[in-house]
Ligand binder design. Structure first.
Ligand code: CTP
Length: 294
């Protein structure tokens, strides 16, 4: 099998099936990560009766599910596309033990990574601080600070067709990091702007398709149009945290999507997976997306 695979350069789908403890084993997950990074697609196992006599995760995906996964990988509009997604929040060091971070859970970014994977894309996720595990079959690069995120994204951007900048990158970082833990008493910290990763990548965009995110509570249309132009994005997805059930820490979200023509789409309150699907469908409908050379 491995000899045949090593001489094959088309898409390969793996359908792992095993005992649940074996499936969760760090070595198994690391091997899957390596394979995902090399372009293998993983049809994730289901939950149900295992040969061991109990119900758990690890059961082979149903044959119908595997067939539909293969069809998606081979036929979808995203087949052959390399999608780079940034996910979660960053941590900026104050001293050896303290950080500045934010409440991003990574749910929206991971939903986008998973949806892009389901549509046949080869997905790399640059992942900061998150509250949930990454989806199977996505190549994960872990980072902590905004500077590390910038480096990892710059490295993978060159080989990507699409960038989805869903991470909540800290806009500020302490101007200097203390070598030793700050002891009690008052403490004044000076913050400086971090690099705007999206604007930097937008400046060297070429033919790539870029989706940016924004957080706005007022003047959505004007602010979004300005941000879209400034960061050279094709779409900008705007969260309004004042809306009930939207943005940070929720399983749901409600976003407004703007394109370069000034067209607007508001999703209303939906699950983050449904929103991810709408974002990718909207991307697919844009002229710039259709012109992507796979
Ligand atoms: N972003 C980035 N690098 C930063 C800050 C943000 O790449 N240092 C990205 C985010 O991932 C997101 C978009 O830029 O895709 C958000 O832009 P930003 O200007 O931070 O928007 P808001 O959060 O809406 O902040 P503000 O309006 O205060 O500028």
């Amino acid at each position: 099998m491995s000899t045949v695979l090593s001489a094959f350069d088309g898409p390969v789908v793996l359908a792992p099936a095993m005992n649940d403890v074996m499936w969760r084993n760090e070595a198994t997950q690391a091997n899957l990560q390596t394979l995902s990074g090399r372009g293998f697609r993983v049809a994730p196992p289901g939950t149900g009766d295992l040969a061991c006599g109990y119900e758990a995760e690890g059961r082979m995906a149903e044959p119908e599910a595997i067939v539909s996964f293969v069809k998606t990988v081979c036929n979808s509009d995203f087949a052959g596309l390399r999608v780079l997604v940034s996910v979660g929040g960053t941590e900026e060091d104050l001293d050896p033990v303290r950080v500045i971070t934010n409440r991003s859970s990574g749910r929206m970014g991971f939903a986008l990574a998973e949806t892009a994977r389901n549509h046949g894309a080869l997905v790399t996720a640059v992942v900061g601080r998150v509250a949930i595990p990454p989806p199977v079959g996505v190549h994960v690069v872990r980072v902590r600070t905004s500077a590390e995120m910038a480096l990892a994204l710059e490295e993978h951007f060159a080989a990507s067709h699409v960038l989805i900048m869903a991470a909540a990158v800290s806009d500020f970082a302490p101007s200097s990091v203390l070598d030793h833990k700050q002891k009690g008493g008052a403490w004044t910290v000076e913050l400086s702007r971090t690099q705007d990763i999206l604007a930097s990548l937008g400046a060297v965009k070429d033919q790539r398709f870029i989706i940016g995110f924004a957080l706005e509570t007022e003047n959505l249309a004007t602010n979004s149009a300005a941000k879209l132009a400034k960061k050279n994005c094709d779409l900008i997805v705007v969260n309004n945290p004042l809306e009930e059930g939207a943005a940070f820490e929720h399983a749901t979200n409600s976003v407004t999507i703007y394109n370069t023509e000034g067209e607007v789409l508001s999703t209303g309150l939906k699950s983050k997976h449904e929103i991810a699907d709408i974002i990718l469908q909207t991307a697919r409908a844009q002229d710039a997306f259709r012109q992507l050379a796979k």
